[in-house]
Each structure stands twice: as C-alpha cells, then as structure tokens.
Design a protein around this ligand. Structure first.
Ligand SMILES: *Cc1c(COP(=O)(O)O)cnc(C)c1O
Length: 407
C-alpha cells in the first residue's frame, strides 16, 4: 500500500495526497494575441463595432445546434431576458429547484414573479420531474430546469409536463456548456437556454452570458432588450422596448471565440475522468457518486459531485470531512449550506417588488432532498480538477481512502 494512504492526515501536518495544482482558466498566446489585436484595432465596443460579438454569437449558436444566440453581461441577465421574452406577467409562478445558485430564483423575483421551489432527485440533484406537477397552479407559466454541475436534467419528462400544462421551459445551463442529453446540446432543448461566462464556469471571459433559442419572436425580443430596446430595423435613437445596455465588449467576444475552440476537448476529458472517478469511488464504502441516469449523456462536470455518508467515516460531519479533503490537496467544497429558500431574501420577504401576493411564505417551504444534500451529503470537486490525468483521479480517491482509514 502507498504510504500516503496510511500516513498522517495533511490537516494534522502529514503529507498531502495531491501535490499538483489545477489552473483555470486555460489559455496561451492565442488568447493573448486575439485580445491584443482587438486592443490595437480600437474596435473595443458595441454597438458600432460588434463584428467579433456577432461572430462569437453565430459560432456558439451553431455549436449548440440553435438558430440564435444573444450575448449579454452575465448569466443572470441572460436568464432574466429569456423569462421576460417568454411573456411572464407580474405574479406569475415559475418552478425552480432549491439546489442551485441564487440567480436561478432571484431573477424570477426581479421580474415580479414568484419562484416556486420543487425538490431535487436524490440520485442526480436535479429538479425531480415526479415532484413538478404537484406544484403547478393556474398561475404557473414556466419551468427553469438547472443542469446542475453539468449533469443533464430529465428533459423528456420535463418537456412532457410543460407541454401538457402549456408552460415555457427555460434551461439554466450556466454549468452546462458543451454537455449533451441524447445527442443534443444542453440549452438547445427548451424554449431558450441560458449560459454564464463568469470566471469559474466551463467557458469563460471573466464575466458574460448568452441565451440561445430557435424561436424567432424570443430572439427578437431578447436582442432588443439587451440593446436599450433598439430594433435592427430602427435608428440608433429609436427605442421600442424597455431594455437596457447589457452588451458585452469585443475583448470578451474574441476571448470566448478562442476558449470555445478548447471546449470540446476539455468536455471530453472531464467526462472521461468523471466516469473513471465514478468507478474508483464506487469501491469506497460511504461514498456514492451521483447517478448519470439511463439515457446517453455527455456530462461536462462543472462540478463532480459525490454523496458522503458520515456513518462510514467515524460520524465526522460533512464540513469537517471536506476540510480534511481540501487539506489533502483535492480542490473541493461542501457546496451550499442551505437550500435557496432559506436565504434571507426569501425568509424575510425582502422581495423589493410589489406583485408578489402576501400569501407567499417561504418559511413554510421544505424540500427534504435539497436539505439533505446541503447539510449532510453533497461534496463538490471543481471542474478544473476534472481536467487532470487518470493518475490525478486515482490520487483523489486515495485521499478519501486515507481519511477513511484515519477516522
Ligand atoms: C453562475 C450561475 C448563474 C449566473 O451567472 P452569472 O454570470 O454569475 O450571473 C446562473 N445560474 C447558475 C446555476 C449559475 O451557476
């Protein structure tokens, strides 16, 4: 047996199991040159010089197999533009999962609508289709499935429910660039798909977002809203819609165009490493990787998530285990400590919008699977670590075994 497996824990001063670091973002002179060329051209911004922005939008739409793409300042605004374009009215209800980044639910508040939290499937941590119908009322207008960690939601079931209840489906694909469900790119399956290019995401320009769609009317509205309500047919001084300046710069666009060329190879590496790590962790008592489901998928592992069972680790609580694992050199986190509805904005009704009925009360919301994931089970390994080698995956598994033996 390798001595790090039986050695003293790194958190107590012993040797680390993983000594490598995992850089992100990945770039070389190609990105530097692309940005430098834009700087030298003086064509930094929109809307008069937007050729690089348009080029990236076309490339990303084509990459996803969608007709249109609209870039904007971030992945929260892209989600919001999609919801507005879908025609949601104040007081309408939107179904969202409680195990996600705040933006998925807060953009619903921002458009004066009501987020309705539906629990996650404990096998995948994605919206559980079996729980959706019970949450649908006559006010429900849309579902926002989040492909959490880059693992596809059960889109067949979600689209079936949406069709039967005449609901819009807006995919929050902020974790899911390049991932696939039954051969289709995530984000291209619902009415619209929203992505973030924030620094931690699998495709990044530091900040940024994009929304893709096949729907002509949605595209026209979103395109107008992100450009101060202008229309391509109007003059620069004509404003047809209550939009804002949500445009990105040409510097971001060329960075994204170069990063997009790297995405497929990175996604394949993460997917293969994920499958290999699944096989390694399956052998460790008390560690259960999330299920990849029954249908063909390409998982882009924005996060690699496994479930931790403290009863097999000397009753050590999850956050202590994660501190030990991080000290061993595994880039990891315990994730969200609470489901979203526990945030003060919901508990204290700090909505700052006035179309939400008084009767809406998030203190009564309880999603047991999301609670369990947050408090006891979910451990995240970050995407850049999934770009490592098979040997790196072995070292992650070894770090977990070392902790188990020491407890
Ligand atoms: C990052 C993220 C967003 C929002 O993206 P920003 O670019 O940070 O605004 C939305 N949803 C999810 C699930 C995210 O992780």
């Amino acid at each position: 047996m390798i001595d790090t497996e039986t050695g003293q824990l790194a958190i107590k001063g012993g040797p680390k199991s993983v000594t490598k670091t995992f850089p992100w973002p990945i770039y070389d002179e190609t990105e530097v040159q692309a940005v430098a060329n834009v700087v030298r051209s003086g064509q930094w911004g929109n809307p008069d010089c937007a050729d690089e922005v348009a080029r990236f939008e076309q490339a990303f739409a084509a990459y996803c197999g969608s007709k249109y793409a609209v870039t904007c300042v971030n992945g929260s605004v892209s989600l919001r533009l999609a919801l507005i374009a879908c025609g949601l009215r104040p007081g309408d209800e939107v179904i969202v999962p409680p195990y996600t980044f705040i933006a998925t639910a807060s953009v619903v508040l921002e458009i004066n609508c009501v987020p309705v939290f539906v629990d996650i499937d404990p096998q995948t941590y994605n919206l559980d289709p079996a729980c959706i119908e019970a949450a649908i009322t006559e006010k429900t207008k849309a579902i926002v499935p989040v492909h959490f960690a880059g693992l596809p939601c059960d889109m067949d079931a979600i689209l079936d429910i949406a069709q039967r209840h005449n609901l819009r489906v807006i995919e929050d694909a902020a974790h899911a660039h390049g991932a696939e469900y039954k051969g289709r790119k995530l984000g291209s399956i619902g009415d619209a798909g929203s992505f973030s290019f924030q620094s931690s995401k699998n495709l990044t320009s530091g900040e940024g977002g994009i929304v893709i769609t096949n729907d002509d009317a949605l595209y026209e509205t979103m395109n107008s809203l992100r450009n101060v309500g202008r229309l391509p047919s109007g003059q620069w001084y004509d404003h047809f819609n209550p939009g804002c300046n949500y445009r990105i710069t040409q510097l971001q666009a060329v960075l994204l165009s170069e990063q997009l060329k790297r995405l497929d190879e990175q996604t394949i590496t993460r997917n293969e490493n994920g499958l290999y790590l699944d096989s390694l962790l399956a052998d460790i008592d008390g560690i259960t990787p999330l299920s990849r489901g029954e249908v063909a998928i390409l998982h882009c592992y924005h996060l690699y998530i496994f479930k931790y069972d403290k009863t097999k680790f000397g009753q050590v609580p999850k956050h202590e285990f994660v501190a030990m694992l991080a000290a061993e050199g595994v880039p990891c986190s315990a994730g969200y400590p609470h489901p979203l509805y526990k945030q003060p904005v919901f508990q204290q009704k700090n909505f700052m919008c006035y179309a939400i009925p008084e009767s809406v009360d998030y203190t009564q919301v309880y999603c047991p699977e999301a609670e369990r994931a947050c408090a006891d089970e979910a451990v995240w390994i970050f995407q850049q670590a999934m770009l490592g080698t098979q040997g790196d995956m072995e070292s992650f598994a070894q770090a977990i075994r070392k902790i188990q033996l020491a407890l």
